[in-house]
Design a protein around this ligand. Structure first.
Ligand code: SF4
Length: 103
């Protein structure tokens, strides 16, 4: 029986492939920031389950937080919040961010 998360001829799981990536963190300069809020909107909450890297989570007060260190730079959160302006999104500075490894 084939596992639903297996991909490609190698049979490697998505999680295993993502683990191959490396990140160079630009300490103190996160490339994504969330607009301060008390109660998150539905759109902001949706990022906690749509981000493929799991960068968004809720804190103990129910607010949405981001840990952008593992960001894949896919742009999903940028597109989802384009009209609401709830996040500020920039590419990391040159040399920082995700380093993809395929295999
Ligand atoms: S760009 Fe993609 S991987 Fe990065 S935080 Fe947004 S949704 Fe997650």
């Amino acid at each position: 029986m084939t596992n639903a998360v297996e991909i490609g001829a190698s049979g490697a799981k998505v999680e295993e492939k993502l683990f191959q990536n490396r990140y160079l963190v630009d300490a103190g300069r996160p490339h994504i920031q969330i607009r301060p809020h008390e109660i998150p909107s539905k759109i902001l909450l949706s990022l906690t389950y749509t981000c493929p890297a799991g960068c968004y989570s809720r804190n103990d007060r129910g607010q949405v937080e981001i840990a952008a260190d593992g960001c894949l730079e896919c742009g999903t959160c940028r597109i989802v919040t384009a009209e609401t302006g709830e996040i500020q999104w920039e590419y990391p500075r040159g040399g920082y961010g995700v380093l993809y490894k395929f295999g």
